[in-house]
Structure formats: C-alpha cells, structure tokens
Design a protein around this ligand. Structure first.
Ligand code: ZN
Ligand code: FE
Length: 217
C-alpha cells in the first residue's frame, strides 16, 4: 500500500494535513482549521475522508469541523482529556493508545504544554508525526496552559522517534522561531545556516513544514 501526504494551508498561518491511500483514495485529516480549503483539496483529489484527528481544542484547529462533516461522513477522534471542550467526537484517545487508519497503526502521545490534553499522532509505517502546536519547526507552541517543564517533558518523549520522521506541525511559524532562536544562540552556525534556508524558503512563499525530526533534535 502506498500513501501520500498533503499539506493544506488554512487561515493566516495554520496547516492541516491529509494522508491518503493512493489505491483506494481513503483519507485521514489532521486538524480542521477551516472547512473550505480542506473540502476543496478532498474533492480535487477525489478523496473519501475516513477519519479526522484533532490535536487540541483551540479554535484554529477545530472550527472547520462542522463544515467538513457536512460533506464527509468521517470518524472523528480527539483527546479524552478534552472531552469537555472539544466538539462532540466519535472516539476519544489518550497517551499510549493506538488508532488504525487503512491498516496502519498510529500511536498517541501526550504532548501537553501549549494546552493540557494536547495529543500528537505518530504513524510509524509512514514515518510521520502530527505534532500540532507542540513540537514545531525550530520551536514549540506557546505555553497557554502548561509549564515549561511539561512542554520539555512532552518534547523529550518524541526524542526516541527516528531522525527521518516528518514533523507535521500546526503553523508556519518557522521564520519567527528562527529569529527568536538567533537572539538566544547567535553564534550557532547550524542555526544561522538553517535560518538562511528558512528565510529563502519563505521569500518564495513555500512551506517550511513538514520539518524533519533529526533537524529538530
Ligand atoms: Zn493551539
Ligand atoms: Fe494553533
């Protein structure tokens, strides 16, 4: 079976992701910032949306859900810890659980910090991590609910994943993250080089996401 990943820009700087089975066009969507661009990608690629996975409760990750479900009858999945503040979903999961999409196992990680109850999904057969607003390219999500220790602990739990893992995070924040990182570590040559790459990529209006876990480590 072979799969393809599509990165979908939404709102001003959000990303949603679709993974689909090339043979039968069944798709998994990660996060639902807004319905229109996602519905458009699904119909343009003739995809049958089977599942929707939500990383956390923030509006810029869930507000498109109703508009997507109007057109697609998909199984919705989110964090058990956020039952009280997520839209009503079909299935709730927690760290250590496994979900299955088209026969591929996906492991659930607790990556609290940005919010408490934030989850990430790792599909090992595809070597993809959907990290939402936890681990991002050159940074991590803002600490709205958790502590720095909690975020650090969440990020450390991802260290055991392979360096080649694609990191699909929820926003295009990389250029700002690079500029901030340079204020802390201005003489780091790897950081300077990567920042230059990021600035070039963004000047061409290209995405810096997905990133690569080896690079983030
Ligand atoms: Zn968020
Ligand atoms: Fe967000």
């Amino acid at each position: 079976m072979s799969f393809k990943l599509i990165t979908i820009p939404c709102l001003s700087d959000n990303y949603a992701f679709v993974v689909y089975n090339i043979e039968n066009r069944s798709a998994l969507l990660v996060d639902a910032p807004e319905a229109d661009p996602i519905n458009e990608i699904l119909s343009k690629n003739n995809l049958n949306l089977e599942q929707i996975f939500l990383t956390h409760h923030h509006a810029d990750h869930v507000d498109g859900l109703d508009g997507i479900l109007k057109h697609h009858d998909a199984l919705t999945i989110g964090a058990q810890a956020d039952v009280h503040r997520l839209p009503k979903l079909d299935k709730y999961v927690q760290a250590g659980d496994e979900i299955s999409f088209q026969g591929q196992a996906g492991q659930i990680y607790d990556v609290s910090g940005h919010t408490i109850g934030h989850i990430a999904l790792y599909i090992s057969s595809q070597n993809i991590l959907f990290s939402g607003d936890s681990l991002m390219a050159l940074g991590c999500g803002r600490l709205f609910e958790g502590s720095a220790e909690q975020m650090w602990c969440s990020l450390r739990s991802l260290l055991s994943l392979p360096d080649t893992t694609k990191v699909c995070s929820g926003h295009e924040y990389t250029e700002n993250n690079a500029l901030f990182a340079l204020t802390i570590d201005p003489n780091n040559r790897d950081l300077i080089k990567r920042s230059e790459n990021v600035i070039t990529t963004r000047s061409k209006n290209l995405f810096t996401v997905p990133s690569n876990l080896g690079l983030e480590k």
